[in-house]
Ligand binder design. Sequence first.
Ligand code: PMV
Length: 313
Amino acid sequence: MNENKVDRVGYAYAPSNIALIKYWGKRNTEINLPMNSSFSVSLGSKGATARVQISSEPVLIINNTLSTHTSWASRIFKYVSSFYNTPYHIALNVNIPFAAGLASSACVFAALILALDNLYAWHFDTQTLSILARLGSGSAARSIQPGFVEWHKGESEGGVDSYAEVFPYPWPAFCIGLCVVDATPKKISSREGMLRTVQTSPLYAAWPAAAEEAIQFLKKAIIEQNFTAFGQIAEHNALTMHATMHSAWPPVVYSTPETIRMMQLVWSLREQGLAIYFTQDAGPNLKLLFLEKDIPIVQQYFNAVDIIRPFFN
Ligand code: PMV
């Protein structure tokens, strides 16, 4: 390592991302190679900043709280020292709840690799950064870039072709509503949930091909700005993923009664003519999908909703 770099600070921001077509299941658990390609939207100003500096001992601060002895810390230290085996002082600021299925690991590991790139002046291209972010958390591969992003599952055993790239069709009117039902860390990690589903669910065999096909339909809906098709494809994909989890053993269930109550509200609003859909990750929280013109009505029915406009600068 170049000793001149010791005093330098690496600094970077990465947005969180929400998958519209989910990554669920790994073909390699060591380097997070997925069974299927996935497709997401990055969350603009919702994400993580990372400040990384070489130090004499490992220190982790998350949102101004010393977190050096948490389970997050061991995962993060292991990740950063896989590049150069040296201790770091790391400060993270994350503006979404941790480990509650709000994609916090995605923005954290993407911000960390971008901060290391900044610290060591590697100047890696976005493809390489996506591959390196993936090693920390699969979904982090999609947090290197803004807007709609597709993560190609790749075929190679080493993962050189498993990276994400931008799908260059912005949709300025598209909104996401974060509904936090429960912000406490989930009891079953996505890593464990995926493993159990792949190993025990009789429905899982149908999942990878269904997801690949859904990506093609979703991209067409985006190009045509067909929001009905877009919402249906995304919501159906999330429910299909949860169906594979429910049929795992022991079952993997992230929904709570409040999650279901909110789904029913979405369906009833749809019956009344509102173009609103949802997606759900490995947690109880729903992410509403709708267009800008419907912001007032969405706020009226979901009073604690946090509205994000991913393409609005
Ligand atoms: O990258 P992980 O291990 O946090 O897994 C993410 C899994 C889902 O959020 C459920 C789906 C996805 O594609 O983000």
